[in-house]
Design a protein around this ligand. Structure first.
Ligand SMILES: Nc1ncnc2c1ncn2[C@@H]1O[C@H](COP(=O)(O)OP(=O)(O)OP(=O)(O)O)[C@@H](O)[C@H]1O
Ligand SMILES: [Mg+2]
Length: 406
């Protein structure tokens, strides 16, 4: 808090004699300034606001009342305490003085001891008020800083809760994936053994009746049907494959090249463009080549099936017509090998996005069983990796696989 000795007082009076008396009485205790009329007092106060003003009322040009009203109307000066010192001792003038904002009113001829006492009281009051204001500002600053800190912590907490919820949902979904997959696999096993028996029996019958043309024709149809059942059973058994295939040191780019070589003519026939962007020197990882190849196969198959339902479009750079494009990128990021597969198909609706990794979730009316992505999911999980999906900027599906470099 400011020391009273450092307080400044402005004395305003048009009578030099009065000024001299006040200066004599107060100069040892405070820093004093003087103005001889209201206008000059206002000008001075705006530049050097004092801690207190002693203001005469009867003055030429602008009287003390008007001067006081002016200072009280200005937000910069309205808090400076004003004590009127006047010969006008009528009650209505004193009342008016207080009404327009003065803190005190001393009548002339004044008793100097009384003036000194009042000045000291009002200055002490002003200093206390200033100190409270200063402390309030410091407190407000502290509250503001703490509020920002709390908001940040809140935001962090909200993010953590969302992240945990996501992880919980993922856990529930992958548990559901596992139990549905296991159920499907045990059913497939049950079907598989009698199926093998029937197929062997059919082979024997085929040999026995190979001369009978009608029988052979019907047998062809039966064989086709059984091949389909066999494929379905194989797909179901694949749901439980992870962990059974032998893992070995391999390069993901090599597996991708092998898969694409197998699919080359299929993609051409289906009028699908493929662009591959492989980063040089991708580190090896320990994985099952069959399973990683199967993941690529399933993903590319899905993109093809999504795009062939779309009308053909001209490939601008090459001039021919295609159903769309699959772009595959491989690169290393933060200890992971990343494989990005983006197509220009219709993309995946928000509702489907939540379910597509679940077994038997399909939108395909005839061809799909809905197990492709579920198999990919369990294979990638078995390799301690992640597979995620979103729609690309152009609207097609964008799958991202991340496999840790062991
Ligand atoms: N690239 C893609 N673009 C658009 N939709 C896709 C894409 N990949 C998958 N989907 C959607 O996800 C569903 C599930 O895919 P998933 O591979 O698991 O099963 P499926 O392809 O329907 O059948 P299956 O793979 O067993 O033959 C698909 O039916 C399809 O609706
Ligand atoms: Mg599929």
């Amino acid at each position: 808090m400011k020391d009273l000795k450092n307080c400044t007082i402005l004395l305003v009076d048009d009578t030099k004699y009065n000024i001299d008396i006040l200066v004599d009485a107060l100069r040892n205790d405070y820093k004093l300034s003087v103005a001889l009329d209201g206008l000059r007092a206002i000008e001075f106060v705006k530049k050097n606001p004092p801690d207190l003003i002693l203001l005469d009322i009867m003055m030429p040009v602008m009287d003390g009342f008007e001067t006081c009203q002016n200072l009280k109307a200005d937000p910069v000066t309205h808090e400076i305490p004003i004590i009127f010192i006047s010969a006008m001792d009528e009650p209505e003038n004193i009342t008016k003085g207080f009404e327009i904002g003065a803190v005190d009113y001393v009548t002339k001829p004044f008793n100097m001891a009384e003036v000194k006492a009042r000045v000291k009281t009002h200055l002490s009051l002003k200093m206390t008020q200033d100190e409270i204001k200063k402390q309030n500002l410091i407190l407000e600053d502290k509250v503001h800083a703490r509020t920002i800190e709390l908001e940040k912590m809140n935001e962090q907490l909200r993010n953590e809760i969302t992240e945990r919820k996501k992880m919980q949902e993922q856990l529930i979904r992958s548990k559901c994936l596992i139990s549905t997959g296991q159920l499907a696999v045990s059913v497939a096993h049950e079907i598989n053994s009698p199926l093998q028996g029937i197929v062997s029996l059919l082979k024997v019958m085929e040999i026995k009746h190979r001369e009978d043309k009608d029988f052979t024709k019907n047998m062809d149809m039966v064989n086709k049907a059984f091949t389909r059942i066999g494929d379905t059973v194989k797909k179901l058994l694949d749901l439980n494959r992870p962990g059974k295939e032998k893992k070995q040191r391999l390069n993901v780019d090599d597996i991708l090249d092998d898969t694409l070589a197998l699919l080359k003519s299929f993609l051409k026939r289906k009028k699908i463009d493929i662009t591959v962007n492989q980063s040089q020197n991708l580190p090896d990882l320990v994985a099952s080549p069959q399973q990683i190849g199967q993941v690529f196969m399933n993903m590319i198959n899905n993109s093809v099936e999504a795009m062939i339902r779309m009308p053909e479009q001209q490939n601008h750079s090459q001039g021919f017509y295609t159903h769309g494009e699959i772009a595959i990128d491989t690169f290393e990021d933060n200890g992971n090998i990343v494989i990005k597969i983006v197509d220009t198909g219709p993309g995946i609706s928000e509702e489907d996005m939540i379910h597509i990794f679940e077994p038997f979730y399909t939108r395909k009316k005839k061809i799909g069983m809905g197990v492709g992505l579920s198999i990919c999911h369990s294979i990638i999980e078995d390799h301690n990796g992640t597979i995620t999906v979103k729609n690309s900027e152009k609207g097609g599906a964008e799958f991202q696989i991340e496999l840790p470099v062991n």
